[in-house]
Design a protein around this ligand. Sequence first.
Ligand SMILES: [Ca+2]
Ligand SMILES: [Ca+2]
Length: 262
Amino acid sequence: MKAQAGVEYLILLGVTLFLGTSVVGVLVFPIGGTDAIKQSQSDISYMIQAMQYPGLSEGLVAYYKLDESGGDVAANSVGEGPDGEFENGVEHGSGKSGRAAKFDGIDDEINCGEDKFEFGHSKHAYSVWINISSLPNEYNYIVATGNSELGKQSGVGVKNNGNVFLSSYGSPIVEFGAPVLGANAWYHVVLVYKGRDADLYINGKYVGSQEISLNTSVGKCRIGSHVGDSSFFRGDIDDVKIYRRELTAEEIGFIYRTPGFP
Ligand SMILES: [Ca+2]
Ligand SMILES: [Ca+2]
């Protein structure tokens, strides 16, 4: 009897171990291709990290992932902002996350409409990934809002010396010093306008602050150029987020670590 009970116990233990291992196996190695597994694992890791930043979509006026592989529309995936339109030959290329938009530095730009990006004097922020091919103009704009005819705009870009700048009609363009940005490397650039001054973050790290007074009106938006349709960017731009609020250092660190999210 004892021996039989022992055998039954061993069988039960074996079945339990088998079922347990199977469940763990399915969770860790789900059925599907390697890419699908990586994608689902990265989605899970995004979700876990995003739980720390539930308000990340708050104040997001527009989010252009630029993941399209054809056509002329740059879809806005979050917020009230309109879809953008590829103008003058913007191309599709490989990006920091998925696809990106490729600009020729001559006349390419994405037109994100005429009226959704009016910030006045209030706080706003830009988050964008860039890969410079070259700097053909004195000022090479990445993204700009406002209206240049009325002299009320804000725009962020890279000067021909590799410094990031922030422009405002009516007050001098401010230039941030180091780090100087080079060609053929992806950089995450975040500009946070706080009401009287602006902070620059490169690759998730705070690098400096400059005093500037911005007053954007009418609310045009352009990617890859000044709002006056000039001073064009040459290279790749990806994952453009425009916020109607400040971003914290922690949020910027998270955005840097998770390109393409959400
Ligand atoms: Ca993208
Ligand atoms: Ca062109």
